[in-house]
Structures are given as structure tokens and as C-alpha cells.
Design a protein around this ligand. Structure first.
Ligand code: ASP
Length: 351
């Protein structure tokens, strides 16, 4: 019994030391929530491939970090972000809210793989309760790279959390000195550190020498409770010559909603139009997005499968939201308002 008590005390105090490093009473405390991704990955000497590093405490040796803030480490996961799921982001959202309840913690930096960073940060933006600043960051070069970008991105994210110039943006991405809205940001390059862009919407700000320069405000502010059960939503990618089979399969396989990545300003061919009609008849919610990066979808064309004909059928237009994020919004929104088309349309009209 005594042995167990001793072990418990050791574990309890080692956990505390693990979470709160180098406490300096003059510095604010920032939580670093680690989920994995290239920022926490190293080259496996046996295979030469990049894999998650043990422990995920890659931030420990970052110059300046501990001069700027006390760090509270929340190890959430240690995985490549290609393995992330909406259910995991729901748990991540709860974990971030939990650490932000601590009155000493002024904000959080979430370290996340870049492959699904745009979606993960948008999910947090839709569901976090706390109003404290939350910044998502990562890296394009692993911790084994001679010139890793992760330490710089992480330090800049901590600067952002601490800056008065960076308030009221909701959850943002901070990569390569740029600050981006979670809703608009997209990964645009597979290997270059300057990969995240919001295209025509622009950057929110920029970090240089520890200072945040504010370029834009962020006007979208919808927050929902974290769903206990996520709606089943698929994405159908349209292309010239596409048939309705995959769409019908999604419907017959129990989809509650389907996001269509359509052509141009919101058009599909007549076969896909037939698949959409099939889905709507079975009470499946259809949300229309475009495979074109900029411009959004609108009911312009009146021929079979044109945007105007889809609008008449009851398809919801995502406006400017791209496919994977429209899927997340639909999953979270349906968990809260069910299949109420008018409410869903209102949510997408102001995402
Ligand atoms: N495959 C990595 C990930 O998303 C890429 C990165 O983090 O940059 O986890």
C-alpha cells in the first residue's frame, strides 16, 4: 500500500513539473497543446522517413520562448495530422477549453500538422467556448531539418497570444510570420514553408521581431457547442463526365448530408443533378461548394444542373466556404439544428 502511495506521489509531482516549466512569476503563462505533425516529427535514422518524435516536447529548446512566457504543456496526441478526425478535434476543443479555464493561462498555442490544419483550426473556431486567444501553428520542415521552421512559428504564435494587437480574431493560424483566419486559410504548397494563404481574403496580420501588425479584422463569429454525436456528412467531387453512382452510394450508405464540390460558380452535369435529386428525395441535406479556390457559388445558370436549378431543388449554397470546411460546418450545425433547412441555410449565409 505504502509503495503505491509513494508511486502516486511521484507520478503526481512529475506530471506537475511536466506541465509547468521554469515558472517565472513576472511572465504570463501560455498553454502549448501538442497534437503532432511535422513540427514534432523527426527523421527515423533506420528508414530515413519522417515520423512522430517520442514525447512531443519539441518546444523545449526553443531560444527566447521561456524568456517570453511560462509554458504549460498539454500533450493531446502525437500523430501526423492526416490521421485527425472531426471526433478528435471535438476532444481537442474540449481539452483547449479546459486548460483555458485556468485563470493563470492567458491563451493557447495548438501545434498541429499542416495537412489538415486549416480544417482543425476551423473546427476549433466553430466550437471553442473560451474567448482567450488560440493560435494554431505547425511546420513544413521537421525538427531534424538543419533549418526547421517549427521553432520560429511556435515563438511567433506565443508572441501573437500575448499581443494586444491580435485580439478578437477568433482562432487563427500563424505560419511563416503570417496570421490567417481559420475560415479562409488553405494549404497551397506541399513543401514550401510559405504554404498557407487566404487568397483574395488576405492575411489578418504579420509578426516581426515579436510585434504583431494588424492588417484586417475578422467578421465571422459563429460558435456552436461541441457535438456529442457528429452528423454523417460525405463530400462528392464533381468533374466532367461524372456519374451519379457514388452520390447514390453515399445516400444509400446513410449520409445525413453531402457536400458537392461543383464546377465553377456552382454547376453540375445532368447525371450528377439526377444524383442530387435522388439525395434530396431521401431527405439528405445537400450543400454546394466549388472546386475553384476563389469566388464562391451562386445560383447563376438555369440549365439542367446549373446553380439556379439546384437552388430551386433546395440545395444550400456554401457561398465562399470550401468543401472540407463546409463539411465540418454542416456536421456541427446539423448536430445543433438537425435537418431544418431554413436554419442551415441561415448558418451557411453567415458562416
Ligand atoms: N504530414 C504532416 C502533417 O500534417 C505535414 C505537416 O505537418 O507539415 O502532420
Amino acid at each position: 500500500m505504502k509503495k503505491f502511495l509513494f508511486l502516486f506521489i511521484i507520478l503526481f509531482f512529475s506530471k506537475q513539473a511536466f506541465c509547468d516549466e521554469n515558472i517565472n512569476p513576472d511572465l504570463p503563462t501560455v498553454a502549448i497543446v501538442t497534437t503532432g505533425g511535422t513540427i514534432a516529427e523527426v527523421i527515423d535514422p533506420k528508414t530515413g522517413a519522417v515520423v512522430p518524435a517520442e514525447g512531443g516536447e519539441f518546444f523545449k529548446g526553443i531560444p527566447l520562448l521561456y524568456k517570453v512566457a511560462n509554458i504549460k504543456h498539454v500533450p493531446f496526441s502525437n500523430i501526423d495530422s492526416s490521421q485527425m478526425t472531426p471526433e478528435m478535434w471535438a476532444n481537442l476543443s474540449k481539452a483547449v477549453d479546459e486548460v483555458l479555464k485556468d485563470s493563470k493561462v492567458v491563451g493557447a498555442v495548438v501545434a498541429h500538422g499542416t495537412d489538415t490544419m486549416a480544417e482543425g483550426s476551423y473546427f476549433l473556431d466553430l466550437t471553442l467556448k473560451s474567448k482567450k486567444p488560440v493560435v494554431v501553428t505547425g511546420a513544413m520542415r521537421s525538427a531534424s531539418d538543419p533549418y526547421p521552421d517549427g521553432p520560429f512559428n511556435l515563438l511567433n504564435s506565443v508572441y501573437q497570444v500575448l499581443s494586444k494587437n491580435a485580439l478578437d480574431w477568433g482562432v487563427t493560424i500563424n505560419m511563416n510570420q503570417y496570421i490567417l483566419s481559420s475560415r479562409d486559410a488553405e494549404k497551397t504548397h506541399t513543401t514550401n514553408p510559405q504554404t498557407f494563404s487566404s487568397g483574395e481574403k488576405g492575411y489578418l496580420g504579420y509578426v516581426f521581431n515579436g510585434e504583431v501588425f494588424r492588417f484586417n479584422d475578422r467578421l465571422y463569429k459563429q460558435r456552436f457547442p461541441v457535438p456529442e454525436k457528429m452528423a454523417n456528412v460525405d463530400i462528392f467531387f464533381d468533374y466532367a463526365g461524372a456519374g451519379p453512382e457514388a452520390l447514390k452510394f453515399m445516400v444509400d450508405n446513410g449520409a445525413d448530408g453531402i457536400v458537392i464540390e461543383s464546377l465553377g460558380a456552382g454547376n453540375v452535369n445532368s447525371a450528377v443533378y439526377e444524383g442530387i435529386q435522388y439525395a434530396l428525395k431521401k431527405n439528405v441535406i445537400i450543400v454546394l461548394t466549388s472546386s475553384v479556390p476563389y469566388g464562391g457559388v451562386f445560383p447563376i445558370y438555369g440549365d439542367v444542373g446549373g446553380g439556379a436549378s439546384l437552388a430551386k431543388e433546395g440545395v444550400i449554397f456554401s457561398r465562399h466556404l470550401r468543401g472540407p470546411k463546409a463539411r465540418l460546418l454542416l456536421m456541427v450545425a446539423m448536430a445543433n439544428v438537425g435537418k431544418d433547412r431554413n436554419k442551415l441555410e441561415a448558418i451557411f449565409a453567415n458562416p
